[in-house]
Design a protein around this ligand. Structure first.
Ligand code: NDP
Ligand code: HSE
Length: 472
């Protein structure tokens, strides 16, 4: 029984798949607690699905199931949208809001594309639109950014926010499983989106990045603003090379305030695979776990960690919104407002400076670190770490060449740091593998340096290029 009042709310759930079926199960099994926490009675009135006869993780009572959206929305006070994708979810959410129902959703794709229209519609109809489950599954990052840090200034968000890709990269790295095997396993465990291209191409993480950036910087950031690369191009060789360098490959979402050389304040928002040093706090985030690090002006560094995908953990986040929404709805209170007063511009990705790991094959007799580093210097890129390994089977030897780091702020103007080549002791071999980590550089400077190396007569071959976080 609800303790404060006998007022009841009608709840309709749209979708009874991986997440929806667990939300319905927990409402049925924990109804008493949920009612006490929200102070109102919970009536589950309808569950919308595509196929009435589909097998489900939880046996939804047959009398609740419907395939008719109009029937599902009748008398609903709160609509829980767990269908996913843009259509028909967009249409259904708009219909619910216009009908005066509050909406709770886990649909980041929808919000990162049509959020402004939906939030405006919710405000116009004096109802709420909540989405804790849309970012990082069970991890309460939406509420933390919107409410707990409402008095602070967030400068940077760095996160692993896609469980599927983290699971795949982790499996490839720790068990040697192939990309396809790891993806199939992630799908079987319910982590992947209905169309897993959204996961592996970085779009799911980009949608979450846009939502976090909007909250962190009080600006409207949409998925199309996020510069996005997925993990399809990551090779087993890159994963091995990362391990050899005591690093791991992760798909990262980054959103940060940046001031341009012309003094304009804006934000960088990007999703891409990157190397992290093994000691970095995000490096040990394994499986489908998610983690988000925040850099705040007053609070300093904060880290959030937990299960980022899966039906049961995500249902926890959906229910947190349901309890809060039910309580406010039942007692005539207003939700926290959407805040976008700062409206910082999204800066062009070409101007972003990051560190890169570059792996090259050179003809050791003709070229080596000196030529490579010299070419980078010509393009204003300094090197912070380099190693050369002979790839001849008879005489494989490796030499790490620690290099004095130019600090991040000096990079653009300073004479690039050149490694002490006398320490490299390059032995003669047919081919040598050179692996460098640069100081922060723009993508265009890097591309020009690599083009110049590729066209050099000494036969430099670029094996791979990947960004590196946590080393500058
Ligand atoms: P599923 O694909 O497992 O479930 C989707 C459900 O929606 C199914 O019950 C399906 O019906 C129903 N559905 C789909 N299309 C329609 C339609 N046109 N009309 C009526 N019903 C429809 O998705 P998930 O549960 O995995 O994801 C749901 C949402 O939660 C997505 O927005 C996702 O991004 C988000 N999310 C998912 C997480 C996860 O780990 N899975 C984690 C965090 C968020 P039927 O069963 O009959 O086919
Ligand atoms: N497909 C998503 C993931 C589900 O793998 O993280 C959680 O949003």
């Amino acid at each position: 029984m609800a303790t404060r009042a006998a007022k009841a709310i009608n709840i309709a759930v749209l979708g009874a798949g991986t997440v929806g079926s667990q939300v319905i199960r927990l409402i049925q099994e924990r109804r008493e607690d949920l009612q006490r926490r929200s102070g109102v009675l919970w009536n589950l009135t309808a569950v919308l699905v595509r196929d009435l006869d589909a097998e489900r993780d939880y046996d939804v009572p047959a009398n609740l199931l419907t395939t008719d959206i109009a029937e599902a929305l009748v008398n609903a006070d709160v609509v829980v949208e767990l269908i996913g994708g843009i259509e028909p979810a967009f249409d259904y959410v708009k219909r619910a809001l216009k009908a005066g129902a509050c909406v709770v959703t886990g649909n980041k794709a929808l919000l990162a594309k049509h959020g402004p229209e939906l939030f405006a519609l919710a405000a116009a109809n004096q109802v709420e639109l909540q989405y804790e489950a849309a970012v990082a599954g069970a991890v309460p990052i939406v509420r933390a950014l919107r409410e707990s840090l409402a008095g602070d200034r967030v400068n940077r968000v760095l996160g692993i926010v896609n469980g599927t890709t983290n699971f795949i990269l982790d499996r490839m790295s720790t068990t040697g499983a192939t990309y396809d095997e790891s993806l199939q396993e992630a799908q079987a465990l319910g982590y992947a989106e209905a169309d897993p291209t959204a996961d592996v191409d970085g779009l799911d993480a980009a949608a979450k990045c846009a939502l976090m950036a909007s909250l962190a910087f009080h600006s409207r950031v949409l998925i199309d603003d996020v510069s996005t690369e997925g993990i399809r191009a990551i090779t087993p060789a890159q994963i091995t090379r990362a391990r050899e360098a005591n690093m791991v490959v992760k798909l990262l979402a980054v959103a940060e305030r940046r001031t341009t050389t012309s003094g304009e304040e804006g934000i960088d928002v990007r999703v891409h695979p990157a190397l992290l040093p093994a000691g970095h706090p995000l490096a040990s985030v394994s499986g489908a776990f998610n983690a988000i690090m925040l850099e705040c002006e007053a609070a300093g560094e904060l880290m959030f960690f937990g299960q980022g995908a899966g039906g049961v953990p995500t249902a926890s986040a959906v229910l947190s919104d349901l309890v809060a929404t039910a309580a406010r709805h039942g007692h005539g209170q207003h939700p926290p407002l959407e805040s976008h007063y700062e409206q910082l511009p999204v800066l062009p990705p070409q101007s972003t400076r990051v560190c890169y790991q570059v792996s090259l094959l050179v003809n050791a007799a003709d070229a080596g670190l000196s030529e490579v580093v010299g070419e980078f210097a010509q393009h204003g890129i300094s090197i912070q770490r380099a190693s050369q390994k002979q790839v001849s089977i008879q005489c494989a030897s490796q030499k790490q060449v620690p290099i004095q780091c130019a600090s991040q702020n000096q990079v653009s103007d300073a004479q690039p740091a050149i490694p002490h080549l006398e320490n490299a002791q390059v032995q003669s071999a047919e081919r040598a593998s050179v692996v460098l980590i640069t100081n922060p550089a723009t993508e265009s400077d890097l591309r020009e340096a690599l083009d110049a190396l590729r066209s050099s007569p000494t036969g430099v071959q670029v094996e791979s290029v990947i960004r590196v976080e946590g080393v500058a």
